[in-house]
Ligand binder design. Structure first.
Ligand code: ATP
Ligand code: SF4
Ligand code: MG
Length: 338
């Protein structure tokens, strides 16, 4: 396998600081969907870094703001406030014209592969398109598209087929090949396996993990399932109702979760060992997540939290710096301290 064209484009740059820095990132939609017609604070002062070549998992229940966060980072959405800094440059409010050169470097993989691929185009055209935009000749772009198909485990001879001739898992491989075509340095994958059959989810997750290791792109991997994220991430951030409630290295968060919400999510993940599975405590949350159009006061998790006390109803816990001797951050007045 060759990956010459899939490594970083352009001249070498100084390698210092995180590749991606998100600070106080906020998105307020003017009109709500479904349960509310008022403004919706879908993402509320979210902050994290992603180092070069690192994978950060972003997890949380449906509607907590994961996709909105991802879409602001790739600038499909313009943040209401806060900043997205990519490779030292604030890209939060760049115009579409200013963003154009960065589109090669920051790519997105979407949840539903079939609806994100143009059904009337061949795979050759889908994958080659960003290369043609880069100024490659048609022959070069086609050759590279065939190489990329091989890289993601597709048969290059199928290059002239259309997306509907592929299964969901294969179509997602096409989406991944397209994202890799320009040699991105950052990939935001928004639930890349949740629309796929369980039997192929692991294959695609493993493929993304392998590609990330071989090509060293930084990776924001969004999922609602903690067990999926665990396979690929170095660090994990847990979101609840638009905010990050816990973030830290994978081993620390998975082995000793400190936020009651993280603990409840993890308690629902089946353990491979049946003895441990039978013995472990399950934390059942009360009710559904509240609407981001009318978040509860204080800690937004308090109506569902088994540990909530009076202060939780009035004071919002902030995601402060890690406690002394600790590596992860937790937004909770009473974190577990295992
Ligand atoms: N364009 C929009 N206009 C109004 N509200 C929106 C818009 N997009 C998202 N929302 C709302 O913002 C909140 C966060 O949505 P988002 O899609 O980011 O969540 P998510 O965590 O990705 O959920 P899922 O797991 O279901 O994909 C939800 O309440 C959603 O209804
Ligand atoms: S701040 Fe209180 S309500 Fe919120 S998670 Fe911590 S203990 Fe629960
Ligand atoms: Mg989403």
């Amino acid at each position: 396998m060759t990956n010459d064209d899939t490594t970083r484009p352009g001249p070498a740059r100084p390698v210092h600081g995180p590749l991606l820095s998100v600070r106080d990132l906020t998105m307020t939609f003017p009109g709500g969907r479904g349960r509310s017609a008022g403004p919706v604070r879908a993402v509320d002062k979210v902050g994290f870094d992603v180092a070069r070549g690192e994978t950060l998992g972003l997890v949380g229940e449906s509607g907590c703001g994961k996709s909105t966060t991802g879409r602001m980072i790739v600038r499909l959405l313009e943040p209401t406030s806060g900043s997205v800094t990519y490779d030292g440059r604030d890209i939060s409010h760049l115009s579409q014209r200013e963003l154009r050169p960065l589109r090669q470097e920051i790519q997105m993989v979407f949840q539903d592969p079939h609806s994100s691929l143009n059904p009337r185009r061949t795979v050759a055209r889908i994958i080659a398109e960003p290369l043609l935009v880069q100024g490659r000749t048609a022959a070069e772009a086609r050759r590279r598209a065939a190489e990329l198909m091989e890289l993601v485990g597709l048969i290059p001879e199928h290059i002239d087929r259309c997306p509907h001739e592929f299964s969901g898992g294969q179509a997602q491989r096409i989406g991944i090949a397209r994202a890799l075509a320009t040699g991105p340095r950052l990939i935001v994958a928004d639930e890349p396996v949740s629309a796929l059959d369980v039997s192929v989810q692991a294959q695609i997750v493993n493929l993304m993990g392998r590609l990330q290791r071989e090509l060293s792109f930084a990776h924001l991997f969004i999922a609602h399932d903690l067990s999926v994220v665990k396979r690929v991430c170095d660090r994990v951030a847990v979101m609840y109702l638009g905010r990050i409630v816990e973030i830290g290295p994978k081993a620390r968060v998975y082995d000793a979760p400190a936020h009651p919400y993280t603990r409840s999510l993890l308690s629902a993940v089946p353990l491979p060992d049946p003895v441990r599975e039978r013995a472990r405590e399950r934390i059942t949350l009360l009710g559904d997540p509240p609407s981001p159009a009318s978040p509860p006061p204080g800690c937004a998790f308090h109506p569902r939290c088994p540990k909530a006390r009076q202060i939780c109803r009035t004071e919002t816990p902030e995601l402060g710096p890690p406690a002394p001797g600790e590596v992860r951050q937790v937004a909770c007045h009473f974190p577990e301290t295992p």
